[in-house]
Design a binder for this molecule. Structure first.
Ligand SMILES: NC(=O)c1ccc[n+]([C@@H]2O[C@H](COP(=O)([O-])OP(=O)(O)OC[C@H]3O[C@@H](n4cnc5c(N)ncnc54)[C@H](OP(=O)(O)O)[C@@H]3O)[C@@H](O)[C@H]2O)c1
Length: 327
């Protein structure tokens, strides 16, 4: 496992880290025992950053991470998020009282007195034009409730605007073979500002593992069953917001590009790591074997330039017209 600098924090974090949404809920049935085994497999593979949120299973994901931290001696940086407990997303909802309350709950769930990295959880675009929200985060740093903060964004524009706030350490954004827009301008700007990037939904909710087919079925409580077009929450979080059949066809083309010894999953993750602006990819994982396969992507050789160009061509032909301008 290789490590990269996270913003201007003191932390060098694993370039393959762990996304802890699925172990909280909304991805079908998961057992806490298996989730803990997956978390332990991540630490065994060198993962030292875990991304979670207060809403992932309403504290379940955070509590599992607290349990992991009790069991392991390694230093583990936990990046959690706040904001999605609002019934509707409004700027007013990101008030000092609400932010303080959500953070107090995360502190309890994570059994700690200071959060390592708190991310605003996809607030509305207007929030980025309200400096007082970032002022509240500064106050929470001063009172010792959070050590550092960052944002998780839906749109590239929001990521760019977030760079104006000098204490933002990280921007979490969708970035994968199907969603390449951040590489255009945003990465260069984030690097200039010394801001870390967490690449979320790196496997397009499983499409980029190559295991899904036209007839794949998902459990009733799995968001891949009810949020394909963003009906329940934002467009883009399920299958990266791309057309499912187009995604399958693109994966079939990508199979032809795999270097020897790469799985489709590892190819998708190694592709992300080719961008030095990215601090870490945060694939979700529910089972130890998935996590070990994902982490091994860090040890695989760089992809040749012609392979990178071929992935760019697939994007240009299959996805750019539908998704590039949307965010
Ligand atoms: N708004 C936000 O801030 C936001 C939104 C979305 C995600 N995130 C963060 O980003 C993380 C990653 O995104 P994501 O979990 O949505 O999607 P993802 O990482 O693209 O896909 C994860 C899913 O793919 C499957 N998978 C993972 N590794 C695999 C492997 N090696 N082989 C086969 N299947 C594998 C697993 O599901 P199955 O086994 O069930 O197929 C897993 O839950 C989340 O966990 C969360 O921390 C944040």
């Amino acid at each position: 496992m290789l490590y990269r600098q996270l913003g201007r924090t003191p932390w060098k974090v694993s370039e393959i880290s762990f996304g802890a949404w699925a172990i909280g809920g909304a991805w079908g049935d998961v057992s806490d025992a298996e989730s803990l085994a997956a978390l332990n497999a991540a630490v065994d593979s060198g993962v030292n950053l875990i991304d979670t949120a207060d809403v992932y299973g309403m504290g379940r994901s955070e509590r599992l991470i607290a349990q992991l931290k009790r069991e392991r001696k390694e230093e583990i940086v936990v990046a959690t998020k706040a904001g999605r407990r609002l019934p509707t997303q409004t700027v007013e909802g990101y008030s000092p009282a609400n932010l303080t309350g959500w953070i107090e709950d995360s502190l309890k769930n994570l059994s700690t007195d200071c959060l390592d990295l708190l991310q605003l959880h996809c607030p509305p675009t207007d929030a980025y034009y309200h400096p007082e929200i970032f002022g509240t985060l500064d106050s929470l740093v001063q009172t010792g409730k959070i050590r550092y903060y960052g944002v998780s964004v839906e749109r590239v524009e929001e990521g760019l605007k977030a760079l104006d706030y000098p204490n933002v350490q990280s921007v979490q954004i969708i970035f994968n073979c199907f969603r390449q827009r951040p590489a255009d301008l945003f990465f260069e700007q984030a690097k200039k500002h010394g801001v870390g990037i967490l690449a979320r939904v790196p496997l397009a909710s499983g499409l980029l593992t190559g295991k899904l087919t036209r007839s794949s079925q998902f459990a009733a409580d799995d968001h891949r069953n009810f949020n394909r077009r963003g009906e329940a929450f934002d467009v883009g979080e399920t299958f990266s917001g791309v057309d499912y059949e187009t995604g399958l066809a693109a994966v079939d083309e990508m199979r032809r590009l795999l270097p020897p010894a790469f799985t489709v999953t590892q190819f998708a993750l190694r592709w992300i790591l080719m961008f030095d602006a990215v601090t870490a990819a945060i694939p979700g994982g529910k089972r130890p074997a998935q996590v070990s396969e994902n982490c091994a992507a860090s040890d695989l050789p760089a992809l040749p330039a012609e392979t990178m160009e071929a992935v760019r061509r697939i994007y240009d032909q299959k996805f750019r017209p539908a998704v590039h301008h949307h965010w």
